[in-house]
Design a protein around this ligand. Structure first.
Ligand SMILES: Nc1ncnc2c1ncn2[C@@H]1O[C@H](COP(=O)(O)OP(=O)(O)OP(=O)(O)O)[C@@H](O)[C@H]1O
Ligand SMILES: O=P(O)(O)OC[C@H]1O[C@H](OP(=O)(O)OP(=O)(O)O)[C@H](O)[C@@H]1O
Length: 213
């Protein structure tokens, strides 16, 4: 048998939706997929190896070729700018990146501070706006930053808007819509094209059916 195809799955909130999509596409994922602390799960009958990674790290595994394929949010793709092919928009984990802050406040005139988990996306956005800002990288609970005076604005994910509302913040600008993507290592794409195309087609077929209902 060929060596297994390795697929990097993001742990966390994308995982469930991504696993459901793969099952809809006919992949036989074992129960341990849903309820285990294992980080490598082999599905021998499909000849797949799944690795369970931190969402922000998925493109790194795929770029380095230790995973042939992966699933990553567009936010992560924009932030990481890794050398991988984005082959399908999976249309799951929908949200958007936005600039938010306390209501009725202006940004500081001199070097306003922007707190974010996405320093590259935020720098690029404000540069394009012609605004000079100081980026403060945080790893979570970004909404805290303007509330306690760490930053003038945040750049963060918004989905339902509940986190902003419950913390008394407002959205100033939507930056970009986000969904999760299927990504492929460029060398794998050439060397394992038959197996990868088959996977892409199976998932694309499910997405097509979903789009028509
Ligand atoms: N509130 C949300 N609603 C829908 N999708 C979201 C939301 N927040 C993030 N996402 C998407 O899900 C992906 C993974 O988010 P998740 O919160 O699981 O991981 P994370 O941000 O790395 O969190 P942690 O650091 O807690 O592991 C993001 O890259 C984004 O594409
Ligand atoms: O618009 P909403 O539906 O409220 O979702 C948006 C929130 O979800 C994400 O946070 P997450 O739950 O991943 O927590 P963390 O980034 O603070 O760890 C994001 O960073 C927002 O805080």
């Amino acid at each position: 048998m060929n060596e297994p195809l390795t697929i990097a799955m993001p742990k966390g909130r994308i995982f469930e939706e991504a696993a459901a999509l793969l099952r809809e596409a006919g992949f036989k994922l074992p129960p341990e997929f849903d309820d285990s602390r294992k980080l490598i799960i082999d599905v021998e009958e499909e000849n797949f190896r799944f690795i369970l990674a931190k969402p922000m790290d998925v493109p790194t595994y795929v770029e380095h070729g230790v995973a042939d394929l992966g699933i990553a949010g567009k936010d992560v793709m924009l932030e990481e700018e890794r050398d991988v092919y984005e082959v399908l928009d999976l249309n799951i984990s929908k949200c958007y990146l936005a600039v938010a802050g306390l209501p009725n406040t202006k940004m500081n005139d001199v070097a306003p501070k922007i707190a974010t988990k996405y320093p590259n996306v935020a720098s690029k956005y404000f540069r394009e706006q012609g605004e000079q800002v100081e980026i403060i990288k945080l790893n979570g609970s970004i909404e805290l930053a303007p509330m306690i005076g760490l930053a003038d604005r945040i750049v963060d994910i918004v989905s339902t808007g509940r986190t902003l509302v419950e913390n008394g913040l407002v959205e100033y600008k939507q930056i970009v819509d986000i969904t999760s993507r299927l990504i492929v290592n460029p060398v794998s794409y050439r060397m394992k094209d038959k197996r990868i195309s088959e996977i892409v087609e199976r998932i694309a077929e499910v997405l097509k059916q979903k789009a028509t209902v």
